[in-house]
Design a protein around this ligand. Structure first.
Ligand code: SAM
Length: 293
């Protein structure tokens, strides 16, 4: 039996059986491996790090997309019937597998620009992990840009309601997406009251990531916060997501009002729900201490 060993963290490793090797390719940015595992289905790994699996990607992608979009839509509600409900402009940095894009486009009034550095991830995900994007790349509301996300936010003239950083860990091409300079660029192209959402690692094993992001968020935004969700193949317990905005009311939502929004669009999810919205911001003490949030 062949095994895939992930050695992201010093001192421990996570191993999954490779029940079938689907594809392996070295692009100019990273080493891409896609393999079949008997428990989690197809797995995508980049530079030896598990990015996501068919078996549990829904947790991660739903939590990247829905809390921020539902919060922003309430804040952005037309103040009068005459005002047409504005489309929500969402920027996804990274996310080459298309799972985050799929979740964002479940919102009828959302459109998404996705800035992914490695076209190879998109091409191979479309070919070998079609359930991740589930047609999202072909949605007319999706705009795929192959570029470095840090450069994009520093230079774009567009403004976004929500920016979602669905990046790799702060190694290789993903390292720049954890810098204060990058977050400053995000702030620059966020609309007033917009929300920045980040993939912020597993605090139990990568505590320095949330501490560093929290310090940068505090300099740039009035309401820095984090929320959590357990993603089984992200070794080490809770996965942390960064939430940064100047409008602190956005996350003060009753589950009843979130449920109304969910019902209104018939949002189908397997992890996210109205109670999870509020509950996810309840942080374990050690994460509160790491982030001072
Ligand atoms: N779920 C994964 C996680 O939490 O680790 C992330 C999934 S997604 C596959 C990560 C994507 O970020 C990859 O497709 C990678 O190519 C992309 N990426 C890394 N650095 C980037 C950069 N500087 N600009 C844009 N995309 C980048």
């Amino acid at each position: 039996m062949e095994w895939f060993h992930e050695t992201l963290h010093d001192g421990i490793r996570q191993s999954l059986t490779i029940d079938a090797l689907i594809h392996r390719e070295q692009t100019k940015h990273q080493d891409i491996v896609i393999f079949e595992n008997r428990l989690f289905g197809r797995v995508l790994a980049l530079d030896g790090v598990i990015q996501m699996t068919e078996g549990d990607e829904y947790v991660y992608h739903e939590m990247l997309a829905h809390p921020a979009i539902l919060a922003r839509k309430v804040a952005d509600r037309p103040s009068s019937p005459e005002e047409v409900e504005r489309e929500l402009n969402v920027l996804i940095i990274g996310g080459g597998d298309g799972g985050c894009l799929r979740e964002v486009l479940k919102h009828p009034d959302a459109r998404a620009t996705m800035v992914e550095i490695d076209l190879g991830v998109v091409k191979l995900s479309r070919q070998y992990l079609p359930n991740h994007s589930a047609g999202a790349f072909d949605d007319p509301r999706a705009n795929l840009v192959i570029a470095d996300g840090a450069k994009f936010v520093a230079e774009t003239v567009d403004l976004f309601d929500i920016i979602i950083v669905d990046s790799t860990d702060p190694i290789g091409p993903g390292a720049v997406l954890f810098s204060e300079k990058f977050y400053t660029g995000c702030k620059r192209c966020l609309r007033k009251g917009g929300i920045l959402i980040t993939q912020n690692g597993v605090p139990a094993l990568q505590g320095e990531e949330v501490t560093s992001s929290a310090a940068a968020f505090r300099k740039l935004f009035a309401d820095p916060a984090f929320f959590v969700a357990p993603v089984p193949t992200y070794n080490g317990g809770f996965m942390a997501f960064g939430w940064a905005t100047d409008d602190s009311t956005l996350r003060q939502r009753s589950s009843a009002s979130v449920q109304q929004q969910i019902n209104a669009i018939g949002l189908q999810t397997r992890y996210f729900n109205a109670e999870i919205f509020a509950g996810a911001f309840a942080l374990p003490t050690f994460i509160r201490d790491l982030t001072d949030c």
